[in-house]
Design a protein. Structure first.
Length: 180
């Protein structure tokens, strides 16, 4: 329990520090640093790297071609760490940010669906940054409910949920709807 408390405090401190640093850096530099963080985690996290390797090998079969599997795993670590860095962008999302970085193809289909008054379900996968996509949808004016599961770090969860709520997302926990 004490270890989780320390990890929760440290993760909040690390997140706030990285958010402060990325605020002053260009987007491309922040994303580059996120990928390098992924390389660092990849290097030190041999246990999860081995699990990922075994899972991929089991899914695709065979023993040849281990280099491409390692490359896939390394890129997954890079993408994950980059996503962590991108979460620090959430407080910055506004109309100017959306106009600069976001383009939605065929948005008129979404607008038409909302006009019908029956709602829309966006189905996404964990590809790219799902946190940013949720916040972007909320900022584009879509009535939006976000399903979340606590990750075991109460302070970090509270901080992330505060970011989500401030940006207009409605959150659904096991306990019900949070925010309005």
């Amino acid at each position: 329990m004490k270890q989780n408390l320390i990890a929760d405090y440290l993760s909040c401190i690390l997140f706030k520090a990285s958010s402060f640093l990325t605020f002053f850096l260009p987007l491309s530099v922040s994303l580059f640093l996120g990928r390098r963080l992924g390389d660092l985690i990849y290097f030190f996290d041999s246990r999860h790297r081995a699990v990922a390797y075994a899972n991929i090998k089991k899914a695709v079969g065979g023993d040849d071609g281990c280099l491409p599997v390692q490359r896939i795993i390394r890129r997954a670590y890079q993408a994950f760490a980059q996503n962590l860095i991108e979460i620090s962008f959430i407080p910055r999302i506004n109309k100017k940010y959306l106009e600069k970085y976001i383009h939605i193809e065929n948005r008129h289909y979404v607008d038409e669906a909302f006009k019908r008054g029956k709602g829309v379900i966006f189905l996404i996968i964990h590809e790219g940054n799902w946190e940013l996509s949720n916040i972007i949808c909320a900022n584009l004016g879509f009535p939006f409910l976000l399903f979340v599961r606590d990750q075991g770090f109460p302070r970090l969860n509270a901080m992330l949920n505060a970011y989500r709520l401030k940006q207009g997302a409605k959150i659904i926990h096991k306990q019900g709807v949070c925010g309005s």
